[in-house]
Design a protein. Structure first.
Length: 134
């Protein structure tokens, strides 16, 4: 439950690297399955995190903010990845963009794990468990 977003990012990263390295339709289909699985559990995990962080009366407003940032990220990410790809390789190719996107996701995973370990005390249900066990 606490690592659903990390699991999502790991799945999408595996899918991006498999897409980069695939030379057959079957491997590409497996890669897309990893990406789809990661994205689908990431959306549900993000909504669940919003529900765990905020008061019940704020959930609907915070869901709107969550979806807004998701849409902004979906819009900005191709420009960001293509700019980084062009900076390092001089040209933007689909394979290069997939590789840079995979590296970007891997860095995101490390940051998410570090921030997740630091922010565990912010979860309401984890606070209740620690109070009950004390």
């Amino acid at each position: 439950k606490e690592f659903i977003l990390v699991t999502s990012a790991v799945s999408m990263t595996i899918g991006l690297f498999l897409s980069y390295a695939s030379y057959s339709v079957f491997i590409y289909a497996v890669a897309q399955t990893f990406i789809f699985f990661g994205y689908s559990i990431g959306i549900v995990g993000g909504m669940e995190m919003v529900g765990r962080f905020v008061k019940p009366e704020w959930v609907s407003s915070c869901m709107g903010v969550f979806w807004g940032f998701d849409c902004i990220g979906t819009m900005v990410e191709p420009y960001l990845v293509n700019s980084i790809t062009k900076f390092f390789s001089g040209e933007v190719t689909p394979g290069g963009a997939l590789f840079v996107g995979g590296i970007f996701m891997a860095v995101t995973i490390v940051i998410a794990i570090i921030l997740g370990m630091k922010g565990r005390s912010n979860f309401m249900d984890l606070k209740k468990k620690t109070r009950q066990s004390a």
